[in-house]
Ligand binder design. Sequence first.
Ligand SMILES: Cc1ncc(C[n+]2csc(CCOP(=O)(O)OP(=O)(O)O)c2C)c(N)n1
Ligand code: SF4
Length: 272
Amino acid sequence: MENKEKIQTKMPITWCPGCTNTAVLTALKKTIAKLIDEGARQEDFAMVTGIGCHGKIFDYTNISGIYGLHGRVIPTAFGIKLGNPKLKVLGFSGDGDAYAEGMEHFIHAFRYNADMTYIVHDNQTFSLTTGQATPTSNQGFKSKAEPLGNFSKAINPIALALAAGGTFIARCNSLDVNTTAEIFEQAIKHKGFAYIELMQNCIIFNNELPKLSKLMYNIETNKDKSKAEKLVKEWDYSTKQGKIPIGIIYQTQEPTLEEKCPQFKTNFPASD
Ligand SMILES: Cc1ncc(C[n+]2csc(CCOP(=O)(O)OP(=O)(O)O)c2C)c(N)n1
Ligand code: SF4
């Protein structure tokens, strides 16, 4: 059996037809299959998801893990990493999950720099609960809950990640499966906390990605902090003005939590 097929479960996919969560799943399968071809084993991976449409990726991916709590993907993933530092731990959140209830974990994760990967499916709306504004929704975003439009300004999550000391900060376009898979691979191979802001489409409550894609352009991996400070500000989430850089916006190497803490130096058993 092809590695890509081994990673797919037999659960019927219940995302809306055309939802780009399906493209994210394709990119993930592609990445894991490639890493298995290179020598990793399926049991070397563990995954955690939040609650939301994005969370269903857990049902469709044949790797161990926890279908977690809304807003608590990072601490759950962190717990798995503490339990077995040899695992490649992947966390999947929605933008509501990551940037609202999960925000305090988000900021501190960059300080800890544990060696794991965190992917935020950012469709700028709470989709599963029918399309309310999240912290990355633009000012004026209308929904049944905010018929006059969202009064608040959006946060810029990649600027926050940089300010918090992130060592791997990337942005992907879920409509571009191949580039997304390449960035997933680089994130998993990065030693430290790798964060991906994944621009995703909700065709029901915020069908904006085809329009936003026209503002996107691909960049080479950037290791220059002052350039990263400019890149993170190019697109304004509140006004939706500017260009949207796609790729690894900043990567650097700093000691990971595992390298800093003497407790991690114990010989952990292999993941089998
Ligand atoms: C602790 C907790 N808070 C709130 C909820 C309600 N809730 C479930 S899904 C959801 C919205 C998810 O939105 P998002 O994280 O953006 O994911 P999406 O559905 O867009 O993929 C909310 C608020 C919950 N289930 N548990
Ligand atoms: S409601 Fe939106 S995010 Fe959820 S499955 Fe449908 S298109 Fe995807």
